[in-house]
Ligand binder design. Structure first.
Ligand code: EPZ
Length: 420
């Protein structure tokens, strides 16, 4: 397993281009199962998660071709069974459930495992499928569904922790081929859900309300192929802006949708940084002393849970006391123990982290645990004194396209070493 060595203390400057969104590409790739015609997707990031989704599509019978960032998929025939050894590595593989149910009127998919950020139930997904007329059974670690015909319904997908992103995606992908009209109340409004709805509408679906809490979907007989440009990855963009705040003299992220990163840029301005927004780019630069923050994660357009760990890295060396509250995945603090190994002073109280900023962090051997926690450790290492050795970097490769190379382009002294 590779390791990443971050030699801290080098200021970052310059600009990098943001890749296509992982969390948009994954459900959109699954949506290609809804038609027997070819689909062409551009700006699909080259990540282990997206490549894994391509393997799942091929396993299910689709023809797949990738030429750098452009992926062509044609699912002329589709198997309706995705067993454990195919889906076990990635929770997002659950989003083939909706397309398989709509296309094949049956689906058998292994239940996704939990992960370090917490239990990952799919009860809301299943609630939606049942409302659409599917018989749902969970047995021997599999979800089995069958329906003679999906029928439109009024469904509320709000759960204890708010809307479900992939649950909204899944139920939407099932409803587009149902008979009649479906209303999804309490829908997720993330940009990635909007991107999926836009792609489905290009395929001939009739979806209104994307980006709001209420989706109205008029079922159609069938969908045709379509071409689509995946939106930029707002979490990658946020991660690089926080990197620029941690130790930058001026870092620009290009090919971004400024409206998608507003919660992060607003937080950075509150933390005392200067943000310049242009049409498709954003620049962060120091602007005097940085200030402690109170961060509360929330569904879009609130502060994204996927940026919480990266913000903790920044606040670890921000003078004063900051308070971070995680409302989406209350246990999502795997990064804290590792930051404390580097000298951070953080107390976890339930789903809240109280951070006492320290003058400096010291590089140390640390372990990556989940995608965003790993990115947080890299950011902390950029500023720490000495070298931070991050093991299990496969977590990073799941969701960031060449993170170490892009940081090197900005001036970081960072190297990837093959480990035994
Ligand atoms: C998506 O996961 C993202 N993944 C996650 O990003 C992101 O953190 C999350 O949305 C929240 O924004 C992809 O898009 C591939 P949820 P998802 O269903 O859809 C609870 C990353 O780092 N819930 O919106 O799986 C759930 O436990 C990843 O890129 C239920 O209770 O998350 C959580 O507390 C990590 N029942 C909350 O809802 C359900 O049936 C939100 O989860 C489904 C979810």
């Amino acid at each position: 397993m590779d390791k990443i060595l971050v030699h801290g203390g080098r200021p970052l400057s310059g600009s990098i281009k943001i890749s296509g969104s992982k969390n948009s590409a994954l459900p959109i790739l699954a949506a290609t199962l809804l038609t027997r015609e070819p689909c062409v997707l551009r700006h699909v990031p080259d990540l282990s998660d997206t490549n894994y989704m391509l393997q799942i599509l091929m396993y299910l019978g689709a023809q797949v071709e990738r030429a750098s960032g452009t992926v062509s998929v044609q699912a002329e025939k589709v198997e309706s069974v995705a067993p454990y050894d195919v889906v076990r590595r990635m929770r997002a593989s659950v989003c083939v459930l909706g397309p398989l149910l709509a296309r094949c009127r049956e689906a058998t998919v292994s239940l996704p495992g939990g992960c370090v950020i917490g239990d990952r139930p799919i009860d809301l997904h299943l609630r939606g499928f049942e409302a659409l007329g599917a018989a749902v059974r969970v047995e021997a670690g599999n979800v089995r569904m069958f329906t003679p015909q999906l029928k439109g319904a009024i469904i509320n997908l709000t759960g204890k922790f708010g809307p479900t992103v992939l649950g909204t995606d899944n139920v939407m992908m099932a409803a587009v081929l149902a008979e009649g009209t479906t209303v999804i109340e309490g829908a997720a409004s993330e940009p990635e859900v909007v991107d999926l709805a836009n792609f489905l509408n290009k395929m001939g679906a009739k979806i209104e309300g994307a980006g709001t809490r209420r989706l109205i979907i008029e079922g159609v007989q069938e969908l045709h192929g379509a071409e689509h440009d995946i939106i930029p990855d707002r979490i990658e963009a946020g991660t690089f802006l926080v990197a620029g705040a941690v130790c930058g003299t001026g870092v620009t992220v290009n090919r971004v949708e400024p409206s998608h990163i507003e919660a992060v840029t607003t937080a950075l301005v509150s933390a005392g940084f200067k943000i310049d927004i242009h049409e498709r780019s954003a620049t962060v630069s120091p602007n005097g002393a940085s200030k402690p923050l109170e961060i509360v994660t929330a569904p879009y357009p609130g502060f994204p849970t996927d940026m919480q760990a990266q913000m903790c890295a920044l606040l670890s060396t921000t003078e004063g006391i900051s308070v971070v509250t995680e409302n989406i995945f209350p246990q999502r603090y795997m990064h804290v123990a590792e930051l404390k190994r580097m000298g951070a002073q953080v107390q976890i109280e339930g789903s809240t982290a109280v951070i006492q900023g320290v003058e400096k962090l010291l590089g140390a051997p640390v372990m990556a645990s989940d995608l965003r926690a790993s990115a947080a450790l890299v950011l902390a290492g950029l500023k720490a004194e000495g070298t931070t050795e991050i093991s299990r970097v496969y977590h990073i490769d799941r969701g960031y396209e060449h993170l170490d190379e892009k940081l090197s382009e900005l001036g970081a002294h960072i190297e990837r070493v093959k480990a035994d």
